[in-house]
Design a protein around this ligand. Structure first.
Ligand code: NAD
Length: 372
């Protein structure tokens, strides 16, 4: 059994695995092959992978030819899919609700594909949850980027020249990324407020020492996996009304609001941006799924009436080495869970709750109920 890690596309800073995890695969009895240069961006040489017992592949095509399993962070290109052997197990983020063409090509190529976004949020699968491992680092990186951009210190400082007030940070959406953003901003000494449509979050916000902003938007629901359900237009208006004052008083807003399988809700309007003090900063962490902030753009810094709106689509890539470490571990944990030691094969049991949730295509068909 051979697992191949092709190099990511040029705009990706992270590497799929680091040598430490390559070694774990080898210890499990799986041959590891990595494309030359896989770790270049995180300062990990081919030599370091080789030392673990992995082989270095000079090009993708050769790697695909001999691989039983192929793993990446990002979705495959159509050229990649054409080169995969029938029966290959392909694992990466796949964005399967939007990437219909890729899903149908994977099915036609008879590839068994696994979408890391769809790993169920159950206790047994926590160690494989790459959405969480990346969102956690993304939340941290969003605050660091905001602090770099803001022309004000985060902590309060009492100096001989007078007192500097702490930065006011407002976090909108308190899932995995939002909780880490709150914790990071608190560690930097900011005064932090937060809001989420799921009332259960209030306690978590308070336990981090931040203030929960109470807004009455009526009944809200969450899925059995803990994801928020979409608000009505009227509820969004109530939310915006309730957030206006906090937004206008904040030096930094970090938005992380997502609704599973749907475009991100548009929460911060142009008026709300314009009501902020010049010099304020917004980080829209939902920019690549539609954006929480009017005017935010993927991978751009927008300056609007003195407010900087940051739309970085790959915030985990700002801490690429750690992001690579945890992503690789998520992959390893998934493969180890289904590894049949005796027969040295993956036990591809589609009745298993985890695989049922995240396998998208198998033996020529789309098998995932929610993607179908
Ligand atoms: P997410 O990325 O889907 O959304 C981020 C946050 O945005 C969520 O907290 C959501 O409630 C919020 N949101 C949606 N619409 C909003 C709006 N209009 N205004 C403000 N906030 C809005 O969420 P996530 O970070 O992936 O986590 C979702 C939940 O899953 C959390 O409760 C998390 O603790 C839970 N979780 C469970 C496990 C597990 O294994 N049990 C693992 C990871 C996460």
């Amino acid at each position: 059994m051979q697992i191949f890690f092709p190099k990511e596309e040029p705009n990706e800073i992270r590497a799929t695995i680091l040598p430490e995890v390559a070694k774990k695969f080898i210890d499990l009895g799986i041959e590891v092959s990595v494309e030359t240069g896989l770790g270049d961006n995180v300062f990990v040489s081919d030599e370091l992978y080789k030392e673990t017992g992995a082989s270095i592949c000079a090009n993708k095509a050769d790697g695909f030819k001999s691989a039983d399993i192929v793993c990446k962070i990002n979705k495959p290109t159509p050229e990649d899919i054409q080169q995969l052997n029938e029966g290959t197990i392909y694992i990466s983020f796949l964005d399967p609700f939007n990437e219909k063409q890729i899903v149908s090509e994977l099915a036609s190529a008879k590839v068994s594909s696994i979408s890391m976004e769809l790993v169920p949020r159950i206790t047994r699968a926590q160690k494989m949850d790459a959405l969480s491992s990346q969102a956690n680092l993304g939340g941290y990186a969003a605050v660091i980027e905001a602090s770099r951009t803001l022309s004000k210190s985060f902590p309060m400082m009492m100096t001989a020249a007078g007192t500097i007030s702490p930065a006011r940070v407002f976090v909108v959406g308190v899932g995995v990324a939002g909780l880490q953003a709150i914790a990071t901003a608190k560690r930097l000494g900011a005064r932090v407020e937060a809001f989420d449509t799921r009332p259960v979050v209030e306690e978590q916000v308070k336990s981090l020492g931040a203030k929960f902003v109470k807004i009455d938007i009526g009944e809200t629901e969450e899925t059995d996996q803990g994801y928020a359900k979409e608000l009505t237009e009227e509820q969004i208006k109530m939310q915006q009304e309730g957030m206006k004052k906090v937004c206008s008083q904040s030096d930094v807003i970090i938005t992380t609001a997502q609704v599973f399988g749907r475009p991100a809700p548009r929460i911060i309007t142009k008026d709300m941006v314009e009501a902020m003090q010049p010099g304020s900063v917004i980080v829209d962490m939902a920019v690549s799924t539609g954006g929480n902030v009017e005017g935010s753009k993927n991978d751009e810094y927008i300056f609007h009436e003195g407010v900087t709106i940051i739309g970085m689509s790959n915030l985990p890539g700002e801490v690429a080495k750690d992001a690579s470490q945890v992503f690789g571990s998520n992959l390893f944990n998934m493969i180890e869970e289904f590894w049949d030691k005796e027969n040295k094969v993956i036990n591809f049991d589609l009745n298993d709750e985890i695989l049922k949730g995240c396998v998208i295509t198998h033996q020529g068909s789309i098998v995932n109920e929610s993607v179908k």
